[in-house]
Design a protein around this ligand. Sequence first.
Ligand code: HEC
Ligand code: HEC
Ligand code: HEC
Ligand code: HEC
Length: 437
Amino acid sequence: MKRIGVVVCVLAVAAVLSCEREQPAVKTNPGASAVKAAAAAIFLTGDELGEMKPCGCSGGQLGGLDRRRAAWSDVVAESRMVLDTGRLVAGDGEQDMIKLSLIVEAYRMLGYDAVNLTAHDLERMRHQGLMDSAAAGLKLISAEAPPTVPLDPSVRKVLQVDGKSVPVTVATFNTMRQGAEGIGALFPGGITDGGIEILLIDRCDLGVLNEIRGQWPGLDCIVCRSDIDEPQILAQQRPLAISLGHFGRYVSRLDIETTAGGPRLRYSKVPIREELPRDKQQIELYRTYQLLVKEADLLERVPRMPEPHGLKFLGSKACEPCHKYSYGQWSTKAHANAMDSLVKVGSQYDPECVVCHVVGMKYEGGYVNEEQTPQLNHVGCESCHGPGSAHVSDPSSVKTVGDAPAVCKTCHTPEKSTGYAGHEAEYMQKIVHWPEP
Ligand code: HEC
Ligand code: HEC
Ligand code: HEC
Ligand code: HEC
């Protein structure tokens, strides 16, 4: 199969956008449908990318391994299949490797039937010595396994659907390595009308998708790996084509409905909202994660750069003598207690959190930890005004923020501060600590 160029990619993006409009409303409670409701379903996640849990920085965030079980708890084990399509972590750092081991453990605890591994997942898991323990509790499949680590390209489970046994086969396929003609061989039982056949592929290229759909119209669903954070429907007609989105914000659900022509799939996406019940085991697992992060001393080993122009961070107290009013105002606001919020949830040793809740973590002279740099705890004066050493010795050296929204946005990102964009002025109003004219 040829690599498809930029033009097709652009078309694919356009198609994705137009599909989005046709997308049916989110159904968290399927059942009210013209076809007889089936208490059987396949649940899919993928592209976790290390996001075990949303940060809780502002309301309305979706996701979290601790709430995921709720997505399939209404379907009994014999009638459901739960699968992850891989790309478990985003990077190769030490923290990513801690996440990798815990995500594998989480999937085992959550009763996943199979996990598809990308070449990267495999390489990292082997490097971390995780293959054996993972395989002991999980069925691992891959289309990218090297000959030295043979893994099946497919997994099969017989589900109970309305008193009938329906075989479900999920096969994984790498479109860069093989042509579409090889797909049939991935399904040991064939691509039939009596069972469900699902194909996982490595990219959401519309040209590739259409080629596969044309050649294998009997497939029930094609799941492609996309760079878009939200789940998408790429084709509504059989074979249905979907992508799952990122970060575990949604679980994709394929309800199995029995029809005269055989079992059929109905797609919906389940948003993992804050209201869903939490799972005790997963809460414990996240505590273990926080403990491992603390024990690894990641905060002290964060890569740091020198401060600009040889300036130094002094801490907010150093500003107080000459700016009593501003200091007094600041100290009554949320920024002055930003680290307390992390302590409350146990994430005060996690550099991925601390970076926005203190002064200058990314700099050599910035926050290290509570013992070494107590003066740089919380979001302080210098988080916005920059390191203060030159100004303190010569107050005529300017410390204005200048482009305030740009500074705010370094921490008030759309992900962490869902309410910031569009309300910049209100946020500014809430931090006023300068004498009003
Ligand atoms: C270094 C990161 C950082 C920067 C820069 C930053 N903030 Fe914040 N901000 C935070 C954190 C963290 C919190 C949450 C504090 C808490 O409650 O723990 C917060 C909270 C707030 C709140 C309180 C929200 C509420 O609903 O109570 C306001 C308002 C706010 N910031 C405004 C701003 C504005 C305006 C700017 C830019 C001039 C700014 N922030 C720059 C990190 C930052
Ligand atoms: C990119 C910067 C950034 C990162 C990284 C970050 N936060 Fe925050 N956090 C913020 C901002 C900004 C706010 C204030 C949001 C608002 O009110 O709009 C906040 C607020 C909070 C709050 C207070 C919420 C409340 O109810 O007042 C908690 C708790 C919190 N963050 C926890 C975390 C944890 C845990 C992590 C790591 C998993 C984390 N944060 C990582 C920027 C960040
Ligand atoms: C969240 C970001 C933020 C924090 C934290 C912060 N400031 Fe500011 N500060 C601003 C912004 C934005 C302005 C508005 C004027 C500007 O752009 O400098 C301002 C204005 C000021 C002014 C008046 C400037 C003028 O032009 O008259 C002073 C003085 C000042 N801050 C001192 C402090 C001191 C002292 C602290 C700590 C106790 C502090 N600020 C903490 C963002 C911040
Ligand atoms: C030794 C006293 C002194 C200390 C300490 C001091 N400042 Fe100032 N600051 C001044 C004076 C005086 C001015 C007014 C300068 C001017 O208008 O030329 C000023 C002005 C400012 C302004 C107004 C904008 C500007 O640059 O004209 C900001 C913002 C500011 N200081 C922030 C800080 C911060 C942040 C700290 C702590 C790191 C700090 N200052 C520490 C004396 C001090």
